[in-house]
Structures are given as C-alpha cells and as structure tokens.
Design a protein around this ligand. Sequence first.
Ligand code: BGC
Length: 444
Amino acid sequence: MRIHATGLHNIAKRRLSTGVRRRARAGLALMLGLVLSARMIPSANAQTPPQAPTLNVLHWWTSASERAAADRLVQQLAAQGVGWHDDAIPGGGGGAAIKVLTSRVLAGEAPDVAQVIGRTLTDWADLGLVLPLDDVAQRGRWRQVMFPVVLQTVSRGGRIMAAPLGVHRINTLLYNRHVWTRLNLAPPQSWHDMEVAAKAMRAQRITPLAWSDEPWQIATVFEAVLLAEGGPALYAELASTQGWSSWQDARVVAALQRLRWLRDLDDEATTEEPWTTPARKLQTGQAGMFIMGDWARGELMAWGSQPGTDFGCVPVPQTAGMHLYSIDTLAMLVGRFPKRAEQERLAEVIASPATQMTYNQAKGSVPVRMDIDPAALDECARDSWQTLARPGSALLPSITHRMAAVESTREALGEVLHRFVKTRSVTPQQAQAQLLAIVRGAAQ
Ligand code: BGC
C-alpha cells in the first residue's frame, strides 16, 4: 500500500517540472498523493506504527489452530508497537524447523525469536545463544504467578531463558462424541473400554483409532503408553538422563506390545500423514478415537467442533491424574543486530494474562499462570490445568517433545519405534534393546 502511495507521489513530481497548467494539475496529483498516503499510513498504523521495529520469528505452527494462535500473538504484539515477521517451517513436532533453525544459527543468521523448547533451550542457553529475560520476569512477577514446572523448564543456572506460552498435555485421548452416542458407548477410560468400543466401531466400518506412522507421532503415542504401562515413577526414571538402565524394565516391553495393539486399531496398512489428517478423520467420524497432544483439540475447535458436544477428551487409559507435559516457549536469540527492547516487549506480551487466555484457547494448550480462572476453560483444558495445579500430581516431561531429551536422541528413538511398528518381524525385546542402546549412548 505504501509503495503505491509513493508511486503516486513520484508521478506528481514528474508533472511538476512542466508548464503552469500542468503544474496546477500536478499540484492536484501531488495533493492527492499526499492525501492518499496520509490516509494509508494511519491504516497501516492500526497494525504497527510506521517504521515499527519488527521481530523475525521462526516456529513450526502452520495448521489452522497453530496459525490462529500465532495470529493472536501477532495482534497483541502489534498493539505494543512491535511487528512480527513470520518464518514458519512446516512439519509437525518441529523436526524440520529445528534443522533449519540450527543451520541458520550456525551461519550467523539467527532469527530474533524462535520456538526453542525444553532441552534444546537449556543447551542453547549454555552456549550463550539466548537472551536471559530476568528483568521482564521480575517486573511481571513470573516466579509468583507461573506454575513451578513452567519456571523450571525455562530456567537455566537460576536465570529465565525463554517466554513460556502454554502447557500441552500429551496423554490425551480424543473421541468422536457423535460416534459414541450412536453406538451407545461409555467414555473410554481403560484399554478394555477401548477394545469394546473398537469392536462396536468395526461392525459399523468405522476405524477405531486414527493414526499416522510418522516417527514423531508414533513416539508421541508411545510415551503416553509408556507412562500408562510403567507408571509415573518408572517413566520419570526413563526420562532422566542417568536412568538409562531402567529401559531394561519388563514394563517397557509391555508398552511396546501395547503400542502395536494400538497400531492395529487402525486398519490402514501405511499411513505417514501430517497429524492433521488423523485429526480430520476423527472429526468427520471416519475414525472414533485419536491419541495425540492436545494441540489436536485446538485443531478440532479451529475447524468448528465443540468440546463436549462434537468430541470428548480423557486422559489416555491408566494416566488419569497425571500430566505428560510439553511446554511451548519462545526464546529471544542473541543475533548480530540486537533488538533487546522489542524482544523483551514480546516476552512481556506472552506472559500477560490477556495473551495467556486468548493464545491458549486457540492453541489447545493451557495457560502457564496459576492466577487464571479455571471456570473460563473448557472441560478438557480445565482438567489439564487443574492437574497441573493439584499438589502432588505426577507431572512428567515429554521425551518426544524435547522436555527430557536432546534432538538427536528423540529422533533416534522415533526411528526405532517407527521400524518396530512397521516391521512385524522386530520383536518387542529387540526394539527394547535398541531403545536401551540409544539412551545409554546419550547418557555417556
Ligand atoms: C509443539 C506444538 C505443536 C505440535 C505439532 C509440538 O512439539 O509443542 O506447539 O502444535 O508440536 O506440530
């Protein structure tokens, strides 16, 4: 728009150099140009002021709900006079985005802000790549208002290293309520309930469980199953760097068997689709259930489905009262051109109660703050938030979503699980040995 206005202005300038009549007309054109540009600039102002400083933000939010949630951040930031230049790298789970980000950082072309989470965040903080946000955190009383698990995730050496956006729950089982009502089924609270529901669905040619064989999606389901079969104490050991020997536990084998059982609840032989494809199958009733982090819940809502009416959500069987979490954070990177004031402004905006509510409603996650009103959350979100808030709840870090493993480890685990699910000749014991070898290697 503003280029257009400048163009008019240039035409007016050329005309001014000719005769008087032309000069008069040119004056008009010039005025028109000025008026137009004067009218256009304020409309740009509604977004961000002229020459507003802009932050380049690299992330992997490209689905409908992810985009909607990011747009809410863009709006809140614009209201503070800072622009957002979007660098979205497609690919669920962020594997591709992290590769692009890493190579950009190595090439000295780091974006100003990036979706750097969990172990990647603390590693990058150690390398001095991340701007600490202690002043912002102190002004915003983050230590008083945020969940301890959130503070722990964004802290390194006592310093706050990123702005936390929301908490996702990985152990989420979504089910299509219309299918449930039609088949007169009880909400799936145990593996047995799932089996009964699967039988009823098969008779109606409905796929019991929506599924994708992308390694990170298999790994997402697997860690929820690992928590279910192993219990929180074993899972905590499995997720700790030094706990590699616990991967020899027989319950890991049970989890692998359960993973295969779940895979068999999807009738399709090959399905390596983005996570939005199984989510769509669930929404349309082609499939009855879906196990995925609750960003899938955000997606169903972005498509117009209502929690409680169109779909229900329960913790994965045997994980009620537990929270397998992944906390999304934006880190402010230390680049060649410092933009500290704007980066701090973004961190402030992210933590504010207003952004926390609006962003998380769209994203499917829950606020990182303890001082919100849970009555304002829908049923699924309320259960997630209250589990975080309840003293003594088992809160476990997601391995697949980087809360407890470095990038190379999570990728290697995903590959083993992928091969296990795809190749029937690989036994659970063999897969266990391969998983063990990876975590043992990572611990040394
Ligand atoms: C991120 C979510 C994202 C999901 C799917 C997770 O690792 O934490 O924000 O929606 O991947 O891409």
